[in-house]
Design a binder for this molecule. Structure first.
Ligand code: MN
Length: 129
């Protein structure tokens, strides 16, 4: 058992740029431990991840706002405060805020994350229907 106190390391928030579109900040909750990483991630309206997948999957808990998640080959789905999402190992996907709301989610990632290309505006705006 290991208790992880809130940011006792003094780690600073990181603005994520190279694998995200728009303004995205990440705050470490638990540094990589046995392949598990936990981050609070804040997306401005319009911001989203690049396409990517997680070696052993990922959970998202939406703690504020609302946004979208999209697995390749499926329609984007709305996610909002209180929702929890499981993304399976190797499922190519993206997640982010919608165009009018910010979103904050707690992301628990298991194993390595493989980053791919940016989500085009066309694919992103398809979410708005
Ligand atoms: Mn993900």
């Amino acid at each position: 058992m290991k208790v992880n106190h809130g940011n006792s390391s003094g780690a600073v928030s990181e603005q994520r740029t190279s694998t995200f579109t728009g303004v995205v900040w990440a705050d470490p909750v638990m540094a990589a431990t046995d392949g598990v990483t936990i981050n609070n991630v804040s997306f401005n309206p319009g911001a989203r991840t690049y396409w990517h997948f997680h070696e052993h999957g990922q959970t998202l808990y939406v703690s504020a706002g609302s946004g979208w998640i999209c697995v390749e080959g499926s329609e984007p789905q709305v996610i909002r405060q209180g929702d929890t999402v499981w993304i399976g190992p190797g499922e190519r996907h993206w997640h982010g805020a919608n165009t009018r709301n910010f979103m904050v989610h707690l992301a628990t990632s298991i194993g390595a994350t493989t980053w791919q290309e940016a989500v085009s505006d066309q694919d992103y705006l398809r979410s708005a229907g």
